[in-house]
Design a protein around this ligand. Sequence first.
Ligand SMILES: Nc1ncnc2c1ncn2[C@@H]1O[C@H](COP(=O)(O)OP(=O)(O)OP(=O)(O)O)[C@@H](O)[C@H]1O
Ligand SMILES: [Mg+2]
Length: 228
Amino acid sequence: MTNSKKTLIRIVDLHKSYYDGEAELPVLQGLNLEVNASELLAVIGASGVGKSTLLHIIGTLDRPSAGSVLYNDQDIFNLPDTELARFRNQEIGFVFQFHHLLPEFTALENVAMAALITATSDKTVYKEAEALLDYVGLAERGAHYPSQLSGGERQRVAIARALINKPKVVLADEPTGNLDRRSSEAILKLLWDLNAKSGQTFVIVTHNQEIAQQVDRVVELVDGKVVL
Ligand SMILES: Nc1ncnc2c1ncn2[C@@H]1O[C@H](COP(=O)(O)OP(=O)(O)OP(=O)(O)O)[C@@H](O)[C@H]1O
Ligand SMILES: [Mg+2]
């Protein structure tokens, strides 16, 4: 829900190319986008157009080739690496296209991990992780390993993991990709509830028409730029 029109993220003339030897593959080509605080924004576009690339850059997991990303008017890629890492850990929650849970850790440990790095009390973190697992409907599954969970359950663990540090921004890359209708609906409901309750800002990449119809705003990527 858009409660405020305050701009939280400002993306200015963003370029990103990948290189294969000498050959340049331009993906993002002068992209501009603003995301308001507490907004639920969906990003759509054809496969291969650069949606995941954009989300990774907004999440500071990758760097632009040119252009800038400002959070509250601060150009984050000007930060020293240690501060950028801190920013990523504290302010950004990332739900990956293919969940990326660590297979050798339990669901509870996967959720807790990002907070254990900085926490003073592991016990408090695990309590919070348990509460989050409960929130995503997996209270009984904390001791299960990812291989013992269904696709939808793994995706819900990934959402709980993204929330552990109470990030201002949650970036979700196809959070309902590869899930059946019922699991997708459960995940959608979770995201709406979170946005309404917490006022967190969400940027969701999706092919799912239902998501696209229920967000504050939809933008489409075409030829490396935002249209609409
Ligand atoms: N690390 C990389 N090295 C080289 N090329 C890459 C890399 N990552 C992505 N690409 C290429 O950049 C383009 C954009 O990829 P991206 O993953 O951002 O697309 P997408 O819009 O998320 O697609 P999908 O909907 O299939 O997930 C694609 O052509 C892809 O092959
Ligand atoms: Mg993608």
